[in-house]
Design a protein around this ligand. Sequence first.
Ligand code: BES
Ligand code: ZN
Ligand code: ZN
Length: 496
Amino acid sequence: MNLLITSQGIETVQADAVIFFAGEEYVAEVGSRGPSSHADKVLVQVAGTDFKGENGQSIVLYSKDIAASRMIFVGLGKQKDMTLERIRKAAHLGLQRVKSLNLETFGISVPTIEGIPDSDISVAMTETLVLGNYSFNKYKTEDKEKRKEVKDAILVYPFGDMIDDVQGDVAAAEIIANNTNFVRDLVNENSDVMHSVRIAEIAETIANKYNLKRKILAENDIKAEGLGLLHAVGKGAAHPPRLILMEYDGDPTSNEKIAVVGKGITYDSGGLNLKPTGYCETMKSDMAGAATVLGIIRTAAELKLRKNLIAVIPTCENSIGPNAYKPGDVVTSYSGKTVFIGNTDAEGRLVLADGISYVIKNLKPTKIIDLATLTGAVRVALGDYIAGLITNDDAMAKGLSDAGEKTYERVWRLPLFEEQKEDIKNDVADLANMSKEDRAAGTIAGAAFLEEFTEGLPWAHLDIAATAFYDKPRGIQPKGATGFGVRLVAEFLRNN
Ligand code: BES
Ligand code: ZN
Ligand code: ZN
């Protein structure tokens, strides 16, 4: 989909449809006083129809007065309830009507809304159009013939100088949203296509394109370097493990280096603690953290972000078979700490631990953010809309929470107390990958384990197990991979 920008009169826009937004107060007011501006003249056409500008309402009208004969009106509800997310949902609804009419081009009249900066509205519109147009149809044979793809979306502004003000933000939003769709494609792909070696190839392609330093450890290196945890988890699979590191140096004047670490389990069968039916069908998505990290470093390079980043991706498949690691094993990590394997299904924390230790020792980051589909427990705690955040750093907590509010990829901080750190200690080994309290506060137990490897650096852990992959569409998010975390971390990095 091409995103175009214009300030030509909306009535002259050549497209299959134009979308207009209107709140309840505005519809009522214009209805009673009659039109005074051009925008009013468009809106007055809904007078006498059922369209009242209510939230979630939309109507399609046909008019000979405008070049794009179809007008799609979308309600914004009451001014007092206005939020950016409401604007995203309204834009999403408009796009859905365009798609259900099987149209190829549309204009969208970008509204000005009291109390919300124009650039925020433009960003919300842009990301919604790009994200809302996403579909994973690679494996569909029928739909492809019937459905037309949306080709052009034209953002229409009332004044040319408004475009000057928002253009940069729109371009950035488009980059971020395209990278979110890139992440969705990786996560929606079959696990036997998107395996560890393939992920390493994709990383290599990104590194080549953006001229990034990179290091990719193959299975021999992983063994030789003593990344015992990553090696153990990957042992049972047909595809060998990889540890991927990429560096983006966007600010040579700064000593700060942020490592962004992503869990890259390309399929999580649970290992010998095999997952039952009902729990394994979505486990190709267990590399969502890794895909998100690829999306973030690509975003940074494309935005030329003034930040130094290190992408870290430990990736392998958690499989079963004669070579698989076993419950009861004790494994030595890269850090030297030994780990008792209480459950082979708690594998994410193991590969992340080695990834974190490796990057700390070899590339010396000053801060760490990890993204991982780590625990089913995060869904029990926070549901499907909110990622779990556990951090030892209040500034990172605030930065990530604020970024979450802005992008609506929201996070909620959970605590990590001394007792919970004790719960992952073990009598045979230094640590266990299962808590002594079994599954109680499972999300915190996972974080407590990771914390053991962070060497006191400022660190934030995002548990995206519930938010990365959906069983049905929610809000503007599609069924399947959401790409959750790209907008959140990009926003965080741009502001912190
Ligand atoms: N990949 C899963 C977590 C998960 C669950 C992701 C649901 C997405 C949706 C993870 O490796 C796992 O299996 N965790 C276990 C941990 C337990 C054994 C301590 C869990 O959550 O049950
Ligand atoms: Zn698991
Ligand atoms: Zn897993």
